[in-house]
Design a protein around this ligand. Structure first.
Ligand SMILES: [Zn+2]
Length: 983
């Protein structure tokens, strides 16, 4: 930290200097005292449009302008303060109810004190970022007042005064100052300054000083739509919580120091808690000390951990180790009809849950063999909660009759869309309005005496099953940033807008160091209707018999400069998200679909990779250059394929594509020989009726040679660029790796293939795996191989972006592509990683200076962490969107389809329907009424039923199912229901 110390004597403002003492602990654990001198000022404005005095004194910039004032001259009034008011929240008010401040009907003209902002940042970075977002919004009128820098509002900490008390005092002083200061404006109506706090002591002191002070609940009650807003206050803060039982239901968490000691000694383990998608009473965590994940079974051992939390667990003795569950246990079914108001003392583990678990034990005891046992553990503490906002709907069976009528506050259960998240208890006054709606809620607390976590209502997204509500729901569930781009971002776009053109004169600075490739016969090949064209290609024969091949990528880094508002926004979004009927862009549309897009017939800036390759597609030479190109045609995969196959077409462009196709096959062969995997995920396409955008059919995507052509050359370019930027920036190159999966990941699948099909899966290298996957065929059943590949894909690690300095070279390897180095370069319009790679490549070839942001390892690591999450979320959102539309396409129809059994439980099984790319659960109780008797053989993966219905279901078996949409009477939610017709 740099010293701000100057000589006191020489400074005329010396009397205004106060010192601020910071105490911080260093990494080595020592405590450092840092003294900073603060120059107190009298020109920091109140920013009220009523105040002339501040307008005259406020600091001006070089152009003589002052920051526009924020707070309204006609602020809204309430019952308590009809003359109008400004709000001053303390830190706890913001911590407890940020959602309130964000909603649109009230909470305008808010003064955010520097003291509060700093405290908030220390307590919760996500909430701090949301508040900063609010201060940037023009309509909310949130002003940041630097009270610690203004002479009259600065507060020195008294001896023996706690930091907390000092900060509370600072808030009260600022409230008082604002009141006195605005009184001096002699305005017609002087707004009241209302302090918001839930701290009783602070409130009492404020009132004693004659200030307007209110609790959140008290303030909200005085607003017009107060009743609704009350739901948005965290339960623990509002008056009258739940009836508390005297008994604690869950074990107490260990202290932090006890956990730290335990982890160090190897007696406890820290990791991320994951809940099984099939059984809400089974969680697992991966820890370095064990090859297999530790299992956490039952409510008490899970001990209030929620999916995604960072927890510490303690191992259970060996005689309690178990096999993973072979049973489907759904919270929804087991805990149906629970009363949300009554606290369950005696039936903490309800009878139904106990029974479900006992059946489980009986069944596994039979089949257990020592090698299949997994260590079990219990949660003893939570290091970091990973709670976010959740989307769900109210369980109507939890709403009492009276609550659907009156305006009385009631407890209800919210069933989250994400099955891994437990039911959340809410208190609300508007049950009748909220039933049947998609809702956004947060979790506030989960105390030892509460069976379920407690949360509060944030807002309604609309009626269940409507397109708008369901789309917004999945964007929120996967944390996709879908708000329109703010003005600050749009201000970074070229002033010419859609009229922007490549400058006509090659003397223009835009042409500096660019190669003129406009004469090349370049074309693009994409899915039909693609508007954001990232890449285009060309090939031509050279006089020496070799080929020149070019991959030309949209020059996005020409338009998006490092560290400006547009770059910052793109780095947060990380990727464009593709839903069935909608695209949520990473960059403003004008760039993605026009100025950067390598559209046909117009000149565009590009970043080109140009190789000379021989007939065998070996690289003779490669170079990288910024360029200007003019694409001759934008083909769809199908169009390009037709053109290549049509022998009558002998023009140079078509022949160029034929060369590309031939070379791409050589590249692919080489990759496959090196051990690249060809993996599968069921890819389906929803056909929409163009006018109504209602789904009409679902088709499995067909892959043509031209798909593979484009893919091979993009991989080729990415590998060449990766090597180049790594050479230039050994510590900070942004690369993509795919770790080899631990051998144990394949244990189950290997065993299944051996037992059921007599096939051997070899996993010692990607080459061995690729070859053995090729052997997994059934002559009569071509889909079997795809099924195995889909299942194998799920055993893999996920690929990730990283910064080259964080790994040793062997760790760079991309297992799936069998490439020793790899990056993403070819889609800068829709992936932020590619934009960074462009900047690094531009610096590596000396086109431009290295910007600090692409050289700072710390910053790049943070960016990688974010884009890894965004990338995964975008995939999940895309899949969820397909699942929703498949359901819609099936509406009112019944289809009989082939399906394959991909997982077997003791009380049901999971099938995959290739035609729709969807998986469905068929439970024993779905087979017949009453539920048939069954026998489950875990060793041979067989489920046999008799009695009310006799079937024999085995893993990998092909079955016939009836697929239809179903509206769940209880939740009003539409889903896909599968029935077994024949096994
Ligand atoms: Zn003022």
């Amino acid at each position: 930290m740099t010293s701000l110390k100057r000589s006191h004597e020489a400074d005329p403002l010396a009397s205004n200097i106060s010192s601020k003492v910071y105490v911080r602990s260093t990494r080595s654990g020592k405590v450092q005292k840092i003294v900073r001198e603060v120059y107190l000022r009298t020109d920091i404005p109140c920013s009220s449009k009523l105040c002339k005095a501040c307008l005259e004194r406020a600091p001006r910039n070089a152009a003589g302008q002052i920051q526009p004032f924020v707070l309204s001259d006609k602020p809204a009034g309430t019952k308590a303060v009809p003359q109008g008011h400004y709000l001053v929240p303390d830190t706890n008010a913001l911590l407890n109810a940020m959602d309130l401040f964000e909603q649109g009907s009230s909470f305008y003209d808010v003064i955010n004190l520097q003291t509060v902002l700093e405290e908030l940042r220390n307590r919760s970075l996500p909430l701090y970022n949301r508040l900063v977002g609010l201060t940037k919004s023009e309509d909310k009128r949130f002003y940041v007042f630097y009270n610690d820098f203004r002479l009259e509002t600065y507060v020195n900490r008294e001896p023996n005064e706690s930091v907390n008390d000092r900060n509370d005092r600072a808030v009260r002083l600022a409230v008082k100052w604002y009141g006195d200061h605005l009184a001096r404006t002699m305005a017609n109506k002087v707004p009241a300054i209302v302090m918001l706090s839930d701290d009783q002591d602070n409130l009492r002191k404020a009132r004693a000083q004659g200030l307007h002070a209110s609790t959140l609940a008290g303030y909200v009650e005085g607003l017009e739509d107060g009743e609704k807003l009350l739901d948005m206050i965290a339960e623990s803060q509002s008056q009258g919580g739940f009836q508390k039982p005297s008994q604690m239901l869950y074990p107490e968490y260990y202290t932090m120091s006890k956990m730290m000691t335990g982890v160090k000694a190897g007696l406890m383990h820290q990791g991320i808690f994951n809940v099984s998608p099939y059984n809400y009473l089974e969680g697992s965590i991966k820890v370095p000390a064990f090859p297999k994940p530790l299992l956490v079974l039952d409510r008490e051992s899970i001990n209030r951990a929620v999916d995604g939390d960072v927890v510490v667990v303690e191992l259970l003795p060996r005689d309690k180790w178990k096999e993973p569950s072979t049973q489907i246990i759904e919270e929804d079914t087991i805990t149906r009809n629970e009363n949300a108001d009554a606290e369950e003392r005696d039936d903490f583990v309800s009878d139904k849950e106990r029974k479900a678990l006992q059946e489980e034990v009986k069944k596994t005891q039979k089949a257990s063999s020592e090698s299949q046992l997994q260590p079990t553990a219990k949660v003893v503490g939570v290091i970091k909660r990973n709670w976010r906002q959740y989307v769900g709907h109210i369980d109507p069976s939890s709403a009492s009759k009276s609550s659907t009528q009156g305006r009385k506050q009631d407890s209800v259960f919210l069933i989250p869309m994400d099955k891994k998240i437990p039911k959340i208890r809410l208190r609300t006054r508007q049950v009748s309005e909220l039933l049947g709606k998609r809702l956004l809620v947060t979790i506030d607390t989960w105390d030892r005496d509460s069976r379920h976590p407690v949360g509060h209502f944030v807002r309604s997204l609309g009626e269940l099953e409507t397109k708008g509500a369901e789309t917004e729901a999945l964007l929120l569930e996967w944390d996709v940033q879908y708000r329109p781009f703010p003005k600050t971002v749009l201000d970074c776009l070229p002033k010419e807008g859609h009229d922007w053109k490549v400058p006509a004169s090659t003397d223009d600075p835009g042409w500096r160091d660019r190669e003129d490739l406009r004469e090349l016969l370049i074309c693009s090949i994409d899915p039909p209707g693609c508007q954001d064209i990232d890449d285009a290609l060309h090939a031509r024969k050279l006089p020496n018999g070799n080929y020149e091949v070019g991959v030309h990528i949209a020059d996005v880094s020409h338009f998006v400069k490092p560290a400006n508002a547009m770059d910052a926004e793109a780095s947060i979004r990380g990727t464009t998200v593709y839903l069935v009927d909608k695209r949520i862009d990473m960059l403003p549309m004008i760039l993605g679909t026009d100025l950067c897009s390598l559209k046909p017939y117009v000149e565009r800036f590009a970043f080109s990779v140009i190789w000379e390759v021989n007939k065998n597609a070996d690289i003779v030479d490669v170079r990288f250059t910024k360029s200007v190109i003019k694409s001759r045609e934008a083909f769809s995969y199908e169009q390009a394929q037709l053109r290549i196959d049509d022998k009558a077409q002998q023009d140079d462009l078509t022949n160029g594509m034929r060369m590309l196709l031939k070379l791409s096959k050589k590249l692919k062969k080489k990759r496959m020989e090196a051990g690249a995997l060809s993996l599968s995920s069921p890819e389906v396409k929803v056909q929409m009726e163009s006018e109504s955008s209602d789904p009409i059919d679902v088709k499995t995507k067909e892959l043509l040679d031209t798909n593979s052509l484009v893919e091979e050359f993009m991989l080729f370019a990415n590998v060449s660029v990766a090597a180049k930027i790594y050479e230039a920036f050994p510590q900070t190159a942004i690369l993509r790796r795919h770790a080899a999966p631990p051998k144990t990941n394949f244990d189950e699948l290997s065993n299944q293939l051996r037992v059921k099909k007599g096939l051997e899966l070899r996993t010692d290298s990607s080459k061995a795996l690729a070859d053995s996957l090729d052997q997994c065929v059934e002559p009569q059943e071509p889909f079997f191989n795809t099924l195995v590949r889909i299942m194998a894909t799920r055993c893999m690690m996920s690929a990730e972006y990283f910064c080259s300095g964080t790994q040793a070279y062997p760790g760079f390897r991309h297992y799936g592509l069998a490439s020793e180095i790899y990056t993403h370069f070819t889609s800068p319009i829709r992936r932020y990683a590619d934009l960074l790679a462009h900047r690094q490549l531009a610096a590596a070839i000396g086109y431009e200076a290295v910007h600090p942001s692409v050289r700072s390892r710390g910053r790049l690591e943070a960016v990688c962490k974010n884009i890894n999450v965004r990338h995964r979320n975008a995939q999940m959102a895309g899949r969820a969107s397909i699942a929703y539309y498949v359901g819609q396409a099936l509406k009112g129809k019944v289809a009989e389809e082939d399906a394959f059994v991909m997982k077997i439980f003791s009380n049901g099984f999971v099938v995959l329907v290739p035609r729709f790319g969807i998986e469905g659960l068929i439970r024993l109780r779905d087979l017949a009424e009453p539920e048939p008797d069954s026998e489950f053989d875990a060793e041979s993966y067989t489920l046999t039923t008799k009695g009310s219905r006799a079937v024999n279901v085995e893993l990998f078996q092909k079955v016939k199912v009836r697929v239809r949409d179903e509206k769940d009477e209880r939740t009003g939610k539409r889903g896909v229901r599968m029935e077994l017709i024949g096994a």
